[in-house]
Design a protein around this ligand. Structure first.
Ligand code: HAM
Length: 437
């Protein structure tokens, strides 16, 4: 039997409903913050990621799915969303739009050739947003609080926001030199990857998964001590705005991020999942990227979050999303005449917004009731020729077992009234979209 590739998942059943629920919350929050949905290709030319994400990032050096297409073009399955969005921003000349900044959000699969484990997939799903065209520190605060709001609505109240700043280009240079000087006497002690990073991008040494917790690393220079005045003031402003938004954050100098395009504020959201502590999202400002991709110098900031990890964090906390397999109504019948009416009525009710199912397996009436039970139908109707001749049906409420004769022309009204009374169990203590409707 052919099985799915390593690091991929089939998402089905109740799990698929959870994904849809998360995606719906993401859409609603993004909409409130006035972000527009964008879909960019799953593959892009390889060069985009080399120049965008960075030649020295692990993602580009070790993790991309590259292929040559039948026209001999080098292509890469996108490992993340930002590079594609920025490419689209430039190709569609969005910098010329009257409405600025440009605010875009996405939700889709990304591909990274990583060593798979819980929360680390080769095909992963990220939602994220990019705010392009503004350098206002208030937008940094907005993006961080937006992400946090999504986590909160889903029930994750204890996400820790780690923030840091890399400063502007001059501050980064200062810091880079400090790191070179600091690690030079210890070059021999570094892992092979870090020896490479020392020459190409010393900031990335701090991301080392081998020695990251050693004393040498703990005592390494901190970005925050090498900021010039403007960069320091900018970071203070971001913190001040985060305070206004009541975002609890921790300044954490170890956050340098694994992608090369960042400057100024960088952040990661950490949560405990069923597989331990993990970054469930991250992002930062990337004021140089658009110019690097041959566009006009344009400031930008964004974040992305992994849905796989978010669901692991919910599972760890025992948070149940309000997803259920249930129906408003199941229609049962015995003879052909009743079946014809069931067919008609099912369509009529579906067109009026109800979730309705009818019998399609030729079951006995008893087995039909069992099926209605399995599908968690809130109401059932056994269509009955005699009643239908009188333009009536008997509606049975599953919960109360109460049976009510209803005139056919009043059925929609009856269902509307009675379904509205049904409670729904919710995860969110009044914050989710159900409650806000
Ligand atoms: P990133 O930190 O590489 O940033 O990924 C963001 C999030 O995607 C991570 O925090 C994690 O939750 C999830 N993620 C990453 N790799 C995997 C994986 N292999 N399996 C499951 N989940 C994963 C970015 O991708 C940037 N584009 C974020 C950004 C947007 N920066 C500015 N704008």
């Amino acid at each position: 039997m052919i099985t799915k590739p390593k690091g991929t998942k089939d998402i089905l059943g109740l799990e698929a409903k959870k994904w849809k629920y998360v995606e719906r919350v993401v859409e609603e929050v993004m909409d409130k913050y006035n972000y527009n949905y964008i879909r960019t290709p799953l593959f892009e030319s390889t060069e985009l990621f080399h120049r965008g994400v960075g030649e020295t990032s692990d993602i580009v050096t070790k993790e991309t799915y590259d292929f040559t297409d039948r026209g001999e073009r080098r292509m890469t399955l996108r490992p993340e969303g930002t590079a594609g969005v920025v490419r689209s921003y430039l190709e569609n000349k969005m910098y010329g739009d009257a409405t600025q900044p440009i605010k875009l959000y996405y939700n889709g699969t990304m591909y990274r050739y990583e060593r798979p484990q819980a929360g680390r997939e080769r095909e992963l799903t990220q939602f994220g947003c990019e705010l392009i065209g503004s350098d206002d520190p208030a937008t940094d605060a907005e993006v961080i609080s937006l992400a946090l709001q999504i986590y909160h609505i889903l029930g994750l109240k204890e996400v820790v926001v780690h923030i840091n700043t890399l400063g502007d280009a001059a501050s980064r240079d200062n810091y880079r030199n400090a790191l070179l000087a600091y690690f030079e006497p210890h070059l021999k002690e570094l892992c092979d990857d870090c020896k490479n990073r020392y020459n190409k991008n010393p900031l990335r040494i701090l991301d080392c998964k081998v020695d990251g917790n050693s004393e040498l690393f703990q005592n390494a220079p901190k970005t925050i001590d090498y900021l010039n005045k403007e960069s320091k003031e900018r970071f203070d402003k971001v913190c001040e705005y985060l305070d206004i938004l009541e975002v609890p954050y921790e300044i954490d100098s170890s956050i340098v991020r694994g992608l090369d395009y960042y400057n100024h504020v960088v952040f990661e959201f950490e949560a405990t999942t069923t597989s331990g502590k993990m970054a469930i999202g991250g992002g930062g400002r990337y004021n140089g990227l658009i110019e690097q991709l041959e566009g006009p110098a344009t400031p930008a900031i964004g974040f992305a979050a992994g849905i796989d990890r978010l669901l692991l964090a919910l599972e760890h906390k025992g948070i149940e999303l309000p997803v259920k397999e249930e129906l408003d109504l199941y229609l049962l019948y015995v003879n052909e005449e009743e079946k014809k009416y069931a067919l008609y009525l099912t369509q009529e009710l579906r067109m009026n917004g109800f979730k309705v199912e009818m019998e399609n397996m030729g079951r006995s009436l008893k087995a039909q009731f069992k099926q209605a039970d399995r599908l968690n139908a809130k109401f059932t109707i056994v269509l009955n020729s005699e009643e239908l001749n009188e333009d009536e049906v008997t509606v049975k409420c599953t919960k109360t077992k109460e049976e009510t004769k209803v005139q056919l022309d009043a059925l929609i009204y009856y269902l509307d009234e009675n379904l509205a009374e049904e409670d729904f169990d919710c995860c969110c203590e009044g914050e989710c979209h159900h409650h806000n409707d």
